[in-house]
Write a new protein. Structure first.
Length: 416
């Protein structure tokens, strides 16, 4: 029993921090549209400006402030150092900033790093940037209007998006790899959502990667390779989402047998698949209250699942009841999945259904991994003296409930 409690104590310590995983990607998104031609590749890139300039801040000067990064200036506000876009510098010499941005992208074809030529660049205040979901939108965004809207007042660097058109004159290209060199040192940068849409021979392949993309991503015409990147992201999302992991864990330990386990897993799968699709396509309430309400309800669902795990069945048709309950709770978690996915994949993006399906398959595989890992341990503990299994199950349920209660308090603050 002692190892079980040690493990649970460690788990509690790791998971008891605030969990808002569905909202980490709001501004940490880079979108790449790559168009093939006989001359080579045209890349249309959208990324936050802070990803480019944050690591270029210089050492501390005589005034006690760091030397501003190119195209920025510093200002102290309420005792905090703030970084602003230097619009005068941008308008007087935009080409240098465009070259700095292009230099952060590595594109290799046929085993050779390809030289880049900057074709155009535009910057937009966050929230006013034009669409970038399709190739046509990306082409318009990188050429339309001024380099930066002249009527905009002072703007934080973190509130500026940069759109860039780069050309690689490599000739006809089949397979290539792409990576980024920048390391801005920003909170949440490891959760950066990278979307790469490849347009070649009338086919569109959508690839997905998380993080700074220091390791090259290989892009090919393979539909399977493209879909696999979304499968991986679905697996990551459930395995790295503590709230989802805890619910599945409680669901497993509450199953009476394999039939009961299958009923619970099937119900959860059905529920979250429905609302993942509905939520992604916007068939859900749009009020500001909805997302916090779902996040709060997900935390409450963990407490309910923990109670259900230790409460013995008192009626017939328990499997059917468990199926219905986990289906209902799955509806909540499906909305949670959709909130994150909607940040990186637009409804009007190419191949949206294939990407959506692949992501959901990844979620299922992640859930299956947890089941495969935990269920044999549950069977082993059940073969031990009764107090061992009962105590272990209760310990898991109590720890899960305590962690979820912390999240309930944190998420309820939105409504206070």
């Amino acid at each position: 029993m002692r190892p079980v409690f040690i493990f649970l104590a460690a788990l509690f310590g790791l998971l008891s921090h605030p969990v808002l995983a569905h909202f980490k990607l709001n501004q940490n998104v880079r979108v790449h549209h790559v168009k093939h031609s006989d001359e080579g590749l045209d890349v249309y890139l959208r990324m936050p400006l802070s990803y480019l300039v944050a690591e270029l801040v210089g050492p501390e000067g005589q005034d006690g402030l760091p030397v501003p990064a190119p195209y920025t200036y510093n200002q102290i506000e309420d005792g905090a150092l703030m970084h602003y876009l230097d619009q005068a510098a941008l308008l007087s010499d935009p080409d240098r900033l465009a070259i700095l941005a292009a230099d952060t992208v590595n594109l290799s074809a046929m085993g050779q790093l390809q030289p880049a030529t900057v074709m155009s660049m535009r910057l937009y205040p966050l929230g006013s940037e034009p669409g970038f979901a399709t190739l046509a939108e990306a082409q318009d965004a990188t050429t339309a209007g001024d380099v930066y809207p002249t009527a905009v007042g002072e703007t934080y660097v973190g509130d500026v998006m940069l759109d860039l058109h780069i050309r690689y004159a490599a000739g006809p290209v089949g397979t290539y790899s792409m990576s980024h060199r920048s390391n801005p040192g920003l909170p949440g940068q490891d959760e950066t959502a990278n979307l790469i849409l490849d347009y070649n021979n009338g086919q569109i392949r959508t690839f997905r990667a998380t993080g700074l993309m220091h390791d090259p991503i290989t892009i090919s015409g393979s539909a399977t390779a493209a879909a696999s990147t979304f499968v991986v992201e679905g697996i990551r999302h459930i395995l790295e989402g503590p709230d989802h992991v805890l619910f599945v864990l409680c669901m497993i330990i509450g199953a009476l047998n394999l039939k009961s386990l299958l009923a619970r897993v099937t119900g959860f799968t059905l529920g979250h698949t429905v609302t993942l699709i509905l939520g992604f396509f916007g068939i859900a309430p749009s009020g500001a209250w909805f997302i916090p309400t779902v996040e709060l309800a997900i935390a409450v669902s963990i407490i309910y699942a923990a109670v259900m795990a230790v409460q013995p069945p008192e009626q017939e048709h328990w499997d059917l009841k468990a199926f219905a309950i986990t289906s209902g709770i799955g509806l909540l978690h499906g909305f949670g999945f959709s909130f994150m996915l909607h940040q990186i994949l637009r409804v009007d993006a190419p191949n949206v259904w294939q990407s959506l399906l692949a992501f959901n398959v990844g979620v299922e595989l992640g859930q299956l991994m947890i089941v495969v890992l935990v269920w044999p341990l549950v069977l082993f503990l059940r073969k031990q003296p009764g107090r061992v299994w009962i105590g272990s199950r209760a310990a898991v349920a109590v720890c899960a409930s305590l962690i979820a209660m912390v999240w309930v308090v944190e998420r309820a603050e939105f409504f206070l």
